[in-house]
Design a protein around this ligand. Structure first.
Ligand code: NAP
Ligand code: MG
Length: 401
């Protein structure tokens, strides 16, 4: 069989620990036998980031800007213990944060759904994708503990010196307060990323805030989404036969629970933080959750939502057998290859990526899975396999297809 050829390289970002091992094996067992893989390789493993003073992460992000599509392995975000463990020059920032800042992107998280693993919410039949705004609000707030009586004010001094003042509260005793902000530009970018992704996926887009209570702050989010939609996306949505739907956040939560799924749910920063954990847990397993960063100018970075699975890696280092689930990492690759194929007009590449996704899901439906899925799956006669054997089993399924 002739291998599938690629024209434009995929930006490949290697990572750390257990996922770094899986990364190599996915390429070896599932990709390289079928594709003449063309990638521009960036090693975002912690040692390399330290060696290059994290320049490698910046270079990788710029490469995604240049080529349009990247695929990333999970990476360690260093803390004090990691600085010690890896003898780091300093506590480097989260690579995902660095890449997101350069691409100005929004992260979309969606579960991989197989029939034999039922979501906790009975009505859910299709994936629900959460898009979380990653700037501002309570994550960039200023907080103050009020110890006794006094007046709290919201003061804005414009660039030309004009001052406006509003009373926040006349404190008669102790209490707390906070100030937070957001930027029209950031909200616009978020809106565009969401509308673009909805078109890309041909799925409805839902957005919700508390604009009835927060008549300026949250209302601003609602207005910007509506403006961007009316000006730039309305016709495209109608052509694609998909819908943009705005409602109140409490109404959205109730409707989501009653729904079949199948929509993209755009959330403000805090709502997204909370709801993505709820949706992920209700769908089953972190190991089945994929993630894609989409920039407002249309660059894509695919990855698994989980981390480097440290506990399994330490077992692996001790020579013990591991049963780490590679599904989300496989889907990061297939997502990126599909996108590359679409952009470059390589139908075989798109078809192969889709087939590999089907083979991975079919393997689990056939009862062959890693340990994490065993207690969730309703298949009878399960066969629990180790990390590498799962990939080999997917290869076998793929061969029969
Ligand atoms: P984690 O790697 O996601 O793992 C947490 C636990 O979830 C694991 O110990 C395991 O549970 C289970 N799990 C996650 N993925 C799994 C998989 N593919 N197969 C089977 N089980 C899986 O999170 P963490 O332990 O909190 O973080 C480890 C490192 O990852 C940290 O250094 C962190 O900075 C980094 N991290 C990176 C990213 C990223 O690059 N996007 C995201 C999050 C965390 P059991 O141990 O019970 O089997
Ligand atoms: Mg959270």
């Amino acid at each position: 069989m002739q291998k599938i050829k690629m024209n434009v390289p995929l930006v490949e970002m290697d990572g750390d620990e257990m996922t770094r091992i899986i990364w190599q094996k996915i390429k070896e067992i599932l990709l390289e036998p079928y594709i003449e893989l063309k990638t521009e390789y960036y090693d975002l493993g912690l040692s390399k980031r330290d060696e290059t003073d994290d320049q490698i992460t910046v270079d990788a992000a710029n490469a995604i800007k240049k080529y349009g599509v990247g695929v990333k392995c999970a990476t360690i975000t260093p803390n004090a213990q990691r600085v010690e463990e890896y003898k780091l020059k300093q506590m480097w920032k989260s690579p995902n944060g660095t890449i997101r800042a350069i691409l100005d992107g929004t992260v979309f998280r969606a579960p991989i759904i197989v029939d034999s693993i039922k979501p906790s919410v009975r009505t859910w039949k299709k994936p629900i994708t959460i898009a979380r705004h990653a700037y501002g609000d309570v994550y960039k707030d200023v907080e103050y503990r009020v110890e006794g009586p006094g007046k709290a004010e919201l003061v804005f001094t414009s660039a030309n010196g004009e001052v406006t003042k509003q009373t926040l509260h006349d404190f008669k005793g102790s209490g707390v307060m906070l100030g937070m902000h957001n930027l029209d530009k950031s909200i616009e970018s978020f809106a565009r990323a969401c509308f673009n992704y909805a078109l890309d996926q041909r799925q409805d887009l839902w957005f919700a805030t508390k604009d009835t209570i927060s008549k300026k702050y949250d209302h601003n989010f609602k207005d910007i989404f509506q403006e961007v939609y009316d000006k730039e996306y309305k016709e495209k949505f109608e052509d694609a036969k998909i819908e943009y739907f705005y409602t109140l956040i409490d109404d959205a939560v109730a409707r989501i629970i009653r729904s079949e799924g199948g929509m993209i749910w755009a959330c403000k920063n805090y709502d997204g933080d909370v709801m993505s954990d709820m949706v992920a847990t209700a769908f089953g397993s972190l190991a089945m959750m994929t993630s894609v960063l989409v920039s407002p100018d249309g660059n894509f970075e695919y990855e698994a939502a989980h981390g480097t699975v440290t506990r399994h890696y330490y077992k692996h280092l001790k020579g013990e057998e591991t049963s780490t689930n590679s599904m989300a990492t496989i889907f990061a690759w297939t997502g990126a290859l599909k996108k590359r194929g679409e952009l470059d007009g390589i139908k075989e590449l798109v078809a192969f990526a889709e087939k590999l996704e089907k083979a991975s899901m079919q393997t689990i439906e056939n009862g062959i899975m890693t340990k994490d899925l065993a207690q969730l799956s309703e298949v009878e006669n399960k066969k629990i396999v180790n990390t590498i054997d799962f990939l080999k089993e997917v290869r076998n399924t793929l061969e029969t297809m």
